[in-house]
Design a protein around this ligand. Structure first.
Ligand code: AMP
Ligand code: MG
Length: 430
């Protein structure tokens, strides 16, 4: 099959990646294909399910026109700079222009070690792979910008994580994999010309309305998309869980679903991630962290914006995040409820009410009924680990269309069982 690859990143940004082939899978088995997304990309879902298709999805063959690479990036993880991260377990196959004319990256996540794997095994396991699949489709259903999964396969390997778990590969589709951490990498290890190359590339790909060379405008445009994105997350009770700068996409899509989760009861200080002991990435903190990440982006752009003389301008552009976020959030809550949001939220907090269901009960038009609730996600992933994908498929179907109530599906709209949320922890699965 002709994928129609057209690989601008490889062509335009030499030195920002390493050519690398996926490691391959000993006994791949298809778990799920995203028909709708395949068609959007101009791919034949039936071919993706065929042995030739599964060979690509499992890293056993590289399609014509693909130029597989591991991308380099740096990042601040939990506030600490990691000067070189990069794709440690992902390979970008290439870029496809979809039916709407939008350029999309197609990458394999969990396809084995790369030059950036550091101590890791380069693999992924079925639970986190299907969690990412579900979460991306749920976000998409909610109308929130996100990377999406094209497919998931098991590899036939057993991988050690919290126990022995089935190895798996997610095929991820993203507007791009440019991250704040990509800019940090070039600022740290590259020269000004390379920084300009990267910024020009990102502007042309994601902000084509900007004038060439308007790097200040670029910063503001990224700030603006993030303000909209975080407001959207907050309005549905989504906690990303690991908002490191390498997990913030320049495109404004939600990316890198790891220990993410949706709120059950409304608890603004909620932390689910097992690795977030300080609560740095708790629900209430997400806007402040986004602005902090954007300040790291601004620092990288300073040489292009006029150096030290541009510090005040750049600072102002980052601080504009809060006004724009505030306005976007107010807009979101106005659409969710006629009640004043602040007093409603404090009552919900005081009474320990379920976030999603409270809004749905107050206003069924517009508020979602089906979200990937933690207990349902865990139930689906546990079944999948035993080879039973039916609960995953059922939950997937509901969260892809979260506003339409389906008869007989009442249990999917119920809050978490008593006591579930208190002890609930999410894991990166890396
Ligand atoms: P993440 O937490 O998925 O955003 O990953 C942070 C960094 O660790 C990225 O550079 C990943 O590519 C890398 N990484 C995560 N898991 C693995 C793994 N199993 N093997 C190698 N690298 C990994
Ligand atoms: Mg990441």
């Amino acid at each position: 099959m002709d994928w129609g690859f057209d690989n601008t990143y490889v062509r335009d940004l030499p030195g920002f990646y390493r050519p690398w082939r996926p490691g391959g899978s000993p006994a791949p088995e298809l778990v799920v294909v995203n028909d709708e997304l395949a068609l959007e990309l101009g791919l034949d879902p039936a071919w993706l399910r065929s042995p030739d298709g599964v060979a690509v999805l499992s890293g056993n063959s590289v399609p014509d026109g693909a130029e597989p690479i591991a991308q380099a990036y740096a990042g601040h993880q939990f506030g600490q700079l990691s000067p070189m991260l990069g794709d440690g377990r992902a390979v970008l196959l290439g870029e496809v222009v979809d039916k709407h004319g939008d350029r999309r990256d197609v990458s394999l996540k969990g396809s084995g070690r790369t030059p950036f794997s550091r101590g890791g095994d380069g693999k992924a396991v079925i639970g986190p792979v299907l969690r990412e699949y579900l979460m991306g489709e749920a976000m998409r259903g909610l109308g929130i910008p996100t990377t999406r999964a094209l497919a998931a396969v098991t590899t036939g390997e057993t991988v050690m994580r919290r126990g022995r778990e089935p190895g798996a590969i997610l095929t991820r589709v993203a507007s791009s994999h440019l991250r704040v951490g990509t800019f940090e990498m070039v600022r740290l290890h590259g020269n000004e010309e390379q920084l300009r190359q990267l910024a020009d590339y990102a502007m042309a790909r994601h902000y084509p309305g900007l004038d060439a060379g308007d790097y200040a405008g670029f910063l503001s445009a990224v700030v603006s998309r993030q303000a909209q994105l975080i407001a959207a997350w907050m309005s549905v009770g989504f906690i990303h869980g690991v908002m490191n700068t390498d997990n913030m996409a320049i495109s404004g899509e939600t990316i890198d679903y790891g220990p993410c989760a949706f709120l059950d009861v409304y608890e603004p200080e909620q932390v689910f991630s097992s690795i977030d002991a300080q609560g740095r990435y708790r629900y209430s903190q997400q806007p402040a962290i986004a602005a902090w990440n954007l300040a790291r982006l601004a620092e990288t752009l300073l040489p292009l914006m006029g150096g030290d003389a541009a510090v005040d301008d750049a600072t102002g552009r980052v601080e504009a995040f809060f006004d724009e976020y505030g306005a976007a959030l107010a807009e979101r809550f106005k659409a969710k409820t006629d009640s004043p949001a602040d007093s409603l939220l404090s009552r919900m907090h005081a009474d320990g009410l379920d976030f999603t269901n409270t809004f749905r009960e107050l206003q069924p038009e517009g508020n979602p009924i089906y979200i990937p609730r933690n207990h349902l996600v865990e139930e689906a992933l546990a079944a999948a680990a035993r080879g039973d994908y039916a609960p995953f498929q059922q939950l997937l179907e509901l969260v892809r269309d979260p506003f339409s109530e389906r008869p007989g599906m009442e249990r999917y709209a119920e809050p978490a069982p008593a006591g579930f949320t208190e002890g609930y922890l999410t894991f990166c699965g890396t």
